[in-house]
Design a protein around this ligand. Structure first.
Ligand SMILES: Cc1cc2nc3c(=O)[nH]c(=O)nc-3n(C[C@H](O)[C@H](O)[C@H](O)COP(=O)(O)O)c2cc1C
Length: 185
């Protein structure tokens, strides 16, 4: 059972999904957006409650206003479109879990279609309220992120203080049969 990377694995396109923060100005065709929305719609959710609604944001002025909410998401102004996720009646922990699954589908789907994606979190209650105002989302609904989609121009993080790239080693993450147990039987 090899733990090393197998570039021929059908899982390879998923393994490579990463956060894109620099986009080419090429528009994203309606057909691509439609496929992503369909993929998102079929995400599993707690009790199949499907607590999400989507706003496809194409309007540059609105995107610029959202980008200005805080510096770590300033890059989103350069993406051609975003899909804002709105949660309706989502219970706290379940809602967060469902939203994570949904987001990963959008990022993975965009990558598999030859595009890329990046999530931008508005930043907390004050910024969430402002983003809701910019997008006309009713106050009683939850909105905390927009997933940007476009052709990647670079995979680099343009921000001066972004997190480290790469991942922890498998040996650091996995144990067998009990906490800390080794692989050898
Ligand atoms: C809950 C959550 C919030 C995030 N918020 C932001 C954000 O506001 N701005 C940003 O540029 N990236 C954000 N990210 C992206 C992470 O920085 C990214 O997934 C992580 O650094 C791994 O990136 P990589 O897959 O490209 O290596 C967020 C990711 C998650 C899961």
């Amino acid at each position: 059972m090899p733990h090393s990377r197998d570039r021929s694995s059908p899982l390879e396109p998923i393994r490579r999904v990463s956060q894109i923060r620099q986009y080419s100005p090429d528009p994203v065709p309606d057909d691509i957006v439609g496929q992503l929305l369909e993929l998102a719609r079929w995400t599993g959710s707690a009790k199949n409650s499907q607590p999400w609604r989507f706003i496809v944001v194409r309007d540059k002025e609105r995107l610029k206003k959202i980008a200005a909410l805080r510096p770590p998401i300033g890059w989103l102004a350069g993406a051609p479109i975003g899909i804002a996720i709105v949660l309706e009646g989502a219970e706290g922990m379940f809602g967060a879990y469902d939203e994570g699954r949904l987001t990963e589908r959008l990022l993975t789907g965009a990558t598999m279609l030859g595009y890329g994606g990046g999530t931008a979190w508005f930043g907390g209650p004050a910024q969430d309220a402002e983003a809701k105002r910019i997008l006309g989302i009713p106050n009683d609904l939850t909105a905390r992120q927009i997933v940007m989609i476009g052709r990647p121009a670079s995979r680099k993080d343009p921000r001066p203080t972004g997190p480290m790239r790469g991942r922890k080693a498998i040996s650091e993450l996995v144990s067998y049969d009990r906490w800390g147990g080794s692989r050898a039987k």
